[in-house]
Each structure stands twice: as structure tokens, then as C-alpha cells.
Ligand binder design. Structure first.
Ligand code: ATP
Ligand code: MG
Length: 631
């Protein structure tokens, strides 16, 4: 099922559009099913009601673990790299991982969990997190992983939204030189969570915690009471596999639901193709398992393909901004998949952290989460890939389950800041405000998908109407992504930012990503975020928040330079009306800029900033509000 030439991509794409059921039926043959499907696809975008591989039975962990045992049991499945580089890294072979997952699955059963129950996982990036996820899937329980940086209130909201019965956590976690007392946070959260009966606690940082009798048990004790034999639960292809709350860049997080069969096929197929994964290679995705990228491309995608996946506990700048490069060298990483926010941050340290690092094993690079600006793209290409490693700029969403628009490594010719072409099976369409298709090339519009794909969301947990309203009601018979998009003369796609963030300046539609891309080309700029605000003459004016650390009292001069850069790159029409230098930007815990907050600040309306529970550092917001008053 691996695409090896552009010609084959074109053929597969054509087939996937002309005969989707046959196409996906064939792809699905590469996985292990207990019972085959009687219908590949039935669908209706109005309700919405989408079913893939109807009637089929499987367990995703048999595909991620059991089926590799006979031939690849001793191959590394997970290489764990701890926060502290002085500590030993740990390798789990497929055999070891299988054993741990089965054992912990029995612990879950012992604590009353069964098929269909929701289980909340709030853990550091340790192998036990992947083990917990897979153990839930093994017994057919639905996991809801919550990123280990969320507050008690955010956790309680999510636990209650899906009525979790069990919580799996740890005493605490390390992030750089910080320690986060996870169990304390969980204790606060659980005060308001009546559905939780059991809390399983892993010892990790060895900080004292309080254990509530009858509710809280230790991971280490529990595993002693069970054996490591656990037959996988037989699941229907359309049974729920997990719930994952979106990162909340645009509003209140939604509990996106993915199901067993379609998700497995899509995560596995896209992993194998987009990264052109070759047996024996070491693959390193720097995301956290608390986000969809970690679900699909640290755990399920790679393991379903028998790959070796690096799981990194720490952060890119600890103990030094060389950390990623040290990991690449140490584990001989072949594929590095990371986010523009990390790339931009590492770029700002200059070349020094790269000195003497052996990055020669790198064959493929990937980016996800936000549009990658050209400057960051080129830096990644030249400094990390040495001009030899294709960059896959992968556009997708929590809701899509897997990568949708992206180059296929070694196959698709890339272009900086373009996600390039849809993967086989994906039928993007650009529409105007009224939902009319915008045909041809060299056009911009709202990005929708007009045909189902196996990895798509089926509902939002407990609120199907919300799913319908959010994704399927804006335009009839289309899945609406919420993103704006350009299709250039070559038919290549470039995400221009959220539709809400597309600016309308004197009647010209300009994507926030385009303007930011131009601003970031100015040598002194680390990062920027652009929003629109009401403007008497232009309709919308452009307000730019710019991280520019090296001012030397020459701020006004630098502003002029930035304006010139934007004029040169896009045109005078895109020149920001206001530029505010800031030391940081409001970001979600997944590292994305929260433009809706900046929009409020730009509009001068800071009384109600909306849901800020997913904000990483509220202090930054206060600082920007103060600075904006003085502009
Ligand atoms: P919420 O839906 O709660 O507002 P979110 O959209 O940030 O949060 P995710 O599902 O993590 O949650 O992110 C998906 C979004 O990230 C996409 O809709 C798109 O805006 C952006 N994105 C992801 N990858 C890329 C990419 N390669 N290029 C451009 N944008 C991207
Ligand atoms: Mg979204």
C-alpha cells in the first residue's frame, strides 16, 4: 500500500475518487480483522451518519501489537527518551510492549473497567502513557487523553462531559526543570467528578501524594495482582475507540469521537505513505500523546505498521536548545515530525545549538499544527535536512483523525509553506461564503471536504447536534474545516489560516498566515500574529503582534523595515496598520497562537476574552493588554 512514485500517486488518487469503496477495501486488506465487513461505506453528511467497514470485527491492539510478534517481536516499538538526558533511555520491543499492555489491561478490568466505559488518562510522556492508551483499546474501553498541562477545572469539565469511570495518572511529571504535581491537580479535579470510581496512580517523579482510600490505587501494586494474558476484546468497526478534545484555538473544546476500524486504517495508511516509512527506521514525532498528532502518529499509526517510535518526555529547549538534535544523534532518527512553533523557537537560537551535531541520519522531515512560514521552512530544510530531506507539511485536524493534505515523502515535489496535494481518498473543495464551489486554480476560498474518508470524526461526544452544527451545517453536503485555503496555479493547496481569521482589507481577502509569513521574513522577528480590527476606511485594518527581541531602542526603525518587507513580499495592501512589539504571544497548550484573544485586544474589547482554559500562560495576555493601551 506504499506509494513510490508520483505516477502511482496520481493513479491511486484517481481510483480513490472514482471507486472509493474498492480503493479503501483494498487498503483495509493490509490490516488484521477478526471478521470482514459486508459494506465498505455508507454515509450521509446531513445527519451526519458515517459508517466505514460495516459489520467488520477487530481489535486495534491486535494490529498494533499481536500481529508483529511472530516476525518482529524483538524489534523496538517504543524508544523512550526521558526529560533528563542523564537518565537512561528505555526501549520496549513489540514483545515487551504487548506484555505490558496485556498486564495493564487486566489491571483495568480488576478495577471495574469494561467495554464502552470512558477512561480519562492524564499522564506525563512516559511509556506507561502509551501502555494505558493501548490497554483501554485492548478491553474496548474508550480513552480520553487529557494533555498533562491542563488545570483541574479543564480536566473536570472534560471528565464530566464524557462521564469517565476511571482515571489513570501519575504522581507528577517533569517539563524541563519544572515539576508538575499531576496527582494533586487530579485530586482537585475529582472533587467535582461524581462518575469517577477509581484512580490508578503511576509513580514517576517520587513526590508525596495523598491517596484516597477505596478510590486511589498504585499502578505498581496493581500490576502485581494480575498476569499478562489478556485476550483482546472483539470490537465492531464502528465502536468508539477514543474521545479527544480539540485544542481550543477557536472556542470551547469539542469531544471529537473516533471509531475503531476506519481510524485504524486511516492512521496506518497515512503514516506509511506520508513519511515513506521503511522497515527498521527510527521515527520521532515530538508531539504530546495528549494531542491528536500523538494519538495517530506516535501510537496507533506507527505501531500498526510495526515501526519504531521515539517517545520524548521533555521539551525542545531543556537542558539546552540542542535537545532535539541530541536525540536525533543519539537514537539515529530517520524521520523528525514537529511543529512550526518549535521550529521557530529553535531557529531563534541561531546555529550554535547545531554545532557538532550529527543529523546525517535524517531522511524525512514533517511539520504539523499551524501554517509553516517560508523562513522556518527554509531553515528546517537547510539546517536540519541539509537540503536532502523532503519536508512534509501535513494539514489535518483532530476531527480528520489523520493527515489529509500533504506531500508524500520522496514522491510529491514540495513547495515552501504549501501542504501541496490531497492524499488519496481526500476530496477537497473550495467554496465561497454562499457555499458555491470555486473552481479552477489560482483561487482562494473556504476549505471543505466533499466525500467521507475512514478517519473522519463520527460525532462530538454526547452532543451529536453540535457535530452537525459545527462541521456539516455551514454548507450543505460538505464537511467544513473552518480553514481558509489557497489553490495556486499548480493546483497546490496552502492553508491561509482559520476562516474567521481571513482579513478583508478594502475588499481584498488576505490570510493571516500570509501576512505573518511576510513579517517573519524580517531577520529580527522571532514570531508574529496578525488579526483584523474595525477600520473606518478599509473595513478591516491589520494589527500585527510581533516578537522582536533585539530592539536596541530602534523600534520605530524596525517597524519601517517590517512594513517594507511585507510590501515587498505581498504588496502594500497587506501592510499592517499597527505593529505592537511583544515578548510572547498567547498560545494554546499545544503551542498554537490564539488569535481570537488578540482580536479582542485589537478591537479594544478586553472585558470578556471567552474561554481561556486552554491558554498556556495567561501572564502574556495581561502584558499585551497593557502594551496595547500605550500603542
Ligand atoms: P479548536 O478546533 O478547538 O479551535 P484547533 O483547531 O487548534 O482547536 P486541532 O485539531 O489541533 O485543534 O488543529 C487543527 C487546525 O490546525 C487546522 O484546522 C488548521 O487550522 C491548523 N493546522 C494543522 N496543520 C496545519 C498545517 N500543516 N498547515 C496549516 N494549518 C494547519
Ligand atoms: Mg479546529
Amino acid at each position: 500500500m506504499q506509494i513510490t512514485s508520483f505516477k502511482q500517486y496520481e493513479e491511486d488518487y484517481k481510483k480513490s475518487v472514482e471507486n472509493p469503496e474498492q480503493f479503501w477495501g483494498e487498503v483495509a486488506q493490509n490490516f488484521q480483522w477478526r471478521k470482514p465487513w459486508f459494506k465498505v461505506l455508507s454515509w450521509n453528511f446531513n445527519e451526519p451518519n458515517i459508517k466505514w467497514f460495516e459489520g467488520a470485527k477487530l481489535n486495534i491492539t491486535e494490529n498494533c501489537l499481536d500481529r508483529h510478534l511472530a516476525t518482529n517481536g524483538d524489534k523496538p516499538a517504543i524508544i523512550w527518551e526521558p526529560n533528563n538526558p542523564e537518565e537512561e533511555s528505555v526501549t520496549y520491543t513489540y514483545k515487551m510492549l504487548h506484555e505490558r499492555v496485556c498486564r495493564f489491561a487486566n489491571v483495568l478490568k480488576r478495577n471495574g473497567a469494561k467495554k464502552g466505559d470512558r477512561i480519562c488518562i492524564y499522564m506525563p510522556m512516559v511509556p506507561e502513557l502509551a501502555i494505558a492508551v493501548l490497554a483501554c483499546a485492548r478491553i474496548g474501553a474508550v480513552h480520553s487523553v487529557i494533555f498533562g498541562g491542563f488545570s483541574a477545572k479543564s480536566i473536570a469539565d472534560r471528565i464530566n462531559d464524557s462521564q469517565c469511570k476511571v482515571v489513570i495518572t501519575a504522581d507528577g511529571s517533569y517539563r524541563g526543570n519544572k515539576q508538575i504535581p499531576l496527582k494533586d491537580v487530579i485530586d482537585d479535579a475529582l472533587i467535582g467528578c461524581p462518575t469517577v470510581e477509581k484512580c490508578i496512580v503511576l509513580t514517576h517523579i517520587r513526590t508525596p501524594v495523598s491517596m484516597l482510600k477505596g478510590r486511589d490505587v498504585w499502578w505498581e501494586d496493581e500490576v502485581k495482582h494480575v498476569n499478562d494474558i489478556c485476550e483482546a476484546e472483539e470490537m465492531d468497526a464502528e465502536d468508539m475507540l477514543f474521545i479527544l478534545y480539540t485544542s481550543g484555538s477557536t472556542g470551547k473544546p469539542k469531544g471529537v469521537v473516533h471509531t475503531c476500524g476506519g481510524y485504524m486504517v486511516y492512521a496506518g495508511y497515512t503514516f506509511s505513505n506520508v513519511f515513506n516509512y521503511q522497515p527498521g527506521e527510527v521515527y520521532f514525532c515530538t508531539a504530546d500523546i495528549g494531542w491528536i498528532t500523538g494519538h495517530s502518529y506516535i501510537v496507533y499509526g506507527p505501531l500498526s505498521q510495526g515501526a519504531t517510535s521515539v517517545l520524548f518526555e521533555g521539551i525542545p529547549t531543556y537542558p539546552t536548545p540542542s535537545r532535539f538534535w541530541d536525540i536525533v544523534e543519539k537514537h539515529k532518527v530517520n524521520t523528525l515530525y514537529t511543529a512550526p512553533t518549535a521550529i521557530r523557537s529553535l531557529m531563534s537560537y541561531g546555529d550554535e545549538p547545531l554545532n557538532g551535531k550529527d543529523l546525517s541520519t535524517i531522511r524525512v522531515l514533517g511539520s504539523v499544527g499551524e501554517p509553516i512560514n517560508e523562513e522556518a521552512w527554509h531553515w528546517f530544510d537547510e539546517k536540519i535536512g541539509h537540503g536532502k530531506a523532503p519536508i512534509v507539511d501535513t494539514w489535518w485536524q483532530t476531527e480528520t483523525g489523520g493527515i489529509m493534505i500533504s506531500p508524500i515523502a520522496t514522491v510529491t515535489p514540495t513547495k515552501p509553506s504549501f501542504a501541496t496535494l490531497p492524499l488519496p481518498g481526500i476530496q477537497p473543495i473550495l467554496v465561497d461564503e454562499n457555499g458555491n464551489e470555486i473552481e479552477g486554480n489560482g483561487v482562494m476560498g473556504n476549505l471543505c471536504i466533499k466525500f467521507p474518508w475512514p478517519g473522519m470524526l463520527r460525532t462530538t461526544y454526547g452532543d451529536h447536534e453540535r457535530c452537525k452544527q459545527t462541521y456539516f451545517s455551514t454548507y450543505e453536503n460538505l464537511y467544513f474545516t473552518g480553514d481558509g485555503c489557497l489553490r495556486d496555479e499548480d493546483g497546490y493547496y496552502r492553508i491561509t489560516g482559520r476562516v474567521d481569521d481571513v482579513l478583508n482589507v478594502s475588499g481584498h481577502r488576505i490570510g493571516t498566515a500570509e501576512v505573518e509569513n511576510a513579517i517573519n521574513m524580517h531577520a529580527g522577528v522571532v514570531e508574529s500574529a496578525v488579526v483584523g480590527y474595525p477600520h473606518d476606511v478599509k473595513g478591516q485594518g491589520i494589527y500585527a503582534f510581533v516578537i522582536y527581541p533585539d530592539m536596541h531602542g530602534e523600534a520605530e526603525l524596525s517597524k519601517k523595515d517590517i512594513l517594507q518587507t511585507v510590501t515587498r513580499v505581498i504588496g502594500a495592501i497587506a501592510k499592517p496598520d499597527k505593529i505592537l512589539f511583544v515578548s510572547g504571544l498567547p498560545k494554546t497548550r499545544s503551542g498554537k497562537i490564539m488569535r481570537r484573544i488578540l482580536r479582542k485586544i485589537a478591537e479594544g474589547d478586553t472585558s470578556n476574552l471567552g474561554d481561556t482554559s486552554t491558554l498556556l500562560d495567561p501572564g502574556v495576555v495581561e502584558e499585551i493588554i497593557e502594551a496595547a493601551k500605550k500603542l
